[in-house]
Design a binder for this molecule. Structure first.
Ligand code: TRP
Length: 453
């Protein structure tokens, strides 16, 4: 079983070294593991909460996407997309909103901080606070729950949001009486210390103390490193590595042996200017090759958009059937096809018809589901290495018709056979009665499909 790992990056600002070391680099490394099915996305709906500057949002999206790709992310292996290309996410946000306790959101750190600041300033508690900021944790829960993510790697400031996502998921599962959602677990990379910024505080765009990763090129990287605040010890005086931002940043890039050598140089009294040059050169070893791919990508935004678009297709193939299932469960059945690859074929007179939704499984294989006109999941196909073979099976199921269908009962589920081989099965039912009722609906759907051909 692969573990589904999902994380989002808010598209404001320009990626800095802290983002790279704390989020991007470990995420790219994790995505290469065979036991990981990674979902990484541009959280541009979240960005709207922080910025109302369209040009900045747009620019930041391209920069961040290019950064992740340049950092070695393989969009073939990873599902890499932007949040706003997935309409199922805002839809799920609303479903979750309706089960989320307002009191839970009152306790969110970001919201509370804004309220505290207002109160201190003698202002109205909610002055300048948008409902977007207030709802931020619910949107984030939808990002995670739409894909049944198992693990969510984030920075420490986001731990509470993952806990809230679990809370909200549990509440939904409880209210609607089934385990619709997997409960996500937070992952904090323990080894990667948060990098200090120029002033020694945590490197963060909100402190305006960042060292850019690619922006401004090599020259700007060097200039910024030269501005890192140090103490006033002169060359020849021993420096304390453990209280030095330079050393902390160096260590985030270097091997044990390199770090030991740098530590020694500081203790031996290397001048701060020279130490900064050493740091710059060590960072360049890693960053220079990535910067080259970054510049090439930024010069061709169409390529980036295309990659994100492909990613969105993969993501929707999972989110769409999930939302269809939820709509059904909460009493919002819809005849409108929300499958990502809605076919051009004219719908039958009623406007409602069964439909297929294809998706890629965790192991990269191709499968599909058949949904009834009401959005009930009727069948889940077996997996295929070749998408064409899955397509052929869909076509045969379409033409089959109820009379020709061979359906076997297998304990509490039904299995559709073709040429004597099991090719698809229904969900597991609570009892035989439910199973038999489902058989009637399955046969009805097969007849409806055959009538369209
Ligand atoms: N809020 C996260 C941050 O600022 C970004 C984010 C949005 C996210 N949606 C997510 C992270 C879902 C993990 C999962 O860092």
């Amino acid at each position: 079983m692969k573990t589904r790992v999902l994380t989002g990056i808010t598209t404001t600002g320009t990626p800095h070294l802290g983002n790279y070391v704390g989020a991007i680099r470990p995420a790219v490394a994790a995505s290469r593991r065979d036991d990981v099915d990674a979902f990484y996305f541009m959280a541009d709906y979240h960005a709207l909460i922080k910025s109302d500057d369209p040009a900045r949002i747009e620019r930041s999206r391209l920069e961040i996407a290019a950064t992740w790709l340049a950092a070695g992310l393989d969009p073939q292996k990873v599902t890499f997309y932007r949040q706003s290309d997935i309409p199922e996410i805002p839809e799920l946000t609303w479903f979750l909103t309706c089960v989320t306790a307002k009191g839970l959101l009152n306790r969110a750190h970001a919201y509370k901080a804004a309220v505290d600041k207002n109160t201190e300033a003698g202002e109205d508690a909610d002055a300048g606070v948008t409902a977007g900021l207030y709802m931020y944790p619910v949107l984030m829960a939808a990002d995670i729950l739409a894909f049944n993510a198992n693990k969510v790697p984030v920075g420490r400031d986001q731990i509470q949001h993952i806990e809230m996502a679990r809370d909200i998921a549990q509440r939904f599962n409880h209210i609607y009486g089934r385990d619709f959602f997997v409960l996500p677990e937070v992952v904090i990379e323990e080894q990667v210390a948060t990098l200090p910024g120029l002033d020694g505080r945590k490197m963060s765009k909100s402190y305006d103390n960042t060292i850019p990763l690619f922006a401004g090129g090599q020259k700007h990287l060097r200039e910024t490193i030269m501005r890192i605040v140090t103490d006033s010890r002169l060359p020849g005086e021993a420096k304390d590595p453990d209280s030095s931002s330079l050393f902390t940043i160096f260590r985030a890039f270097a091997s044990e042996a390199e770090s030991a050598a740098f530590r020694q140089a500081l203790v031996d009294g290397i001048g701060w200017g020279e130490a900064k040059q050493v740091l710059f050169e060590r960072i360049e070893v890693d960053v220079a090759p990535m910067r080259e791919s970054y510049d090439a990508l930024i010069a061709r935004p169409g390529v980036i958009e295309e990659i994100l678009h492909e990613g969105a297709k993969k993501a929707r193939a999972i989110a769409a059937p999930k939302i269809a299932e939820l709509r059904d469960a909460i009493g919002l059945r819809s005849g409108v096809s929300i499958a990502p690859q809605a076919t051009a074929k004219a719908a039958p007179k009623s406007g409602k018809s069964p439909r297929f939704a294809s998706f890629r499984d965790g192991d990269g294989s191709f499968r599909f589901r058949l949904f009834s006109a009401d959005g009930e999941e009727l069948l889940l196909s077996r997996s295929f290495a070749d998408p064409k073979a899955a397509g052929v099976l869909q076509k045969r199921i379409k033409e089959l018709g109820a009379a020709a269908a061979v359906v076997q009962s297998q304990s509490s589920a039904l299995v559709l056979e073709l040429d004597g081989e099991p090719v698809a099965s229904t969900p597991v039912f609570d009892d035989e009665q439910a199973r038999d009722a489902a058989l009637t609906r399955l046969r009805g759907a097969l007849d409806q499909l055959a009538a369209q051909e």
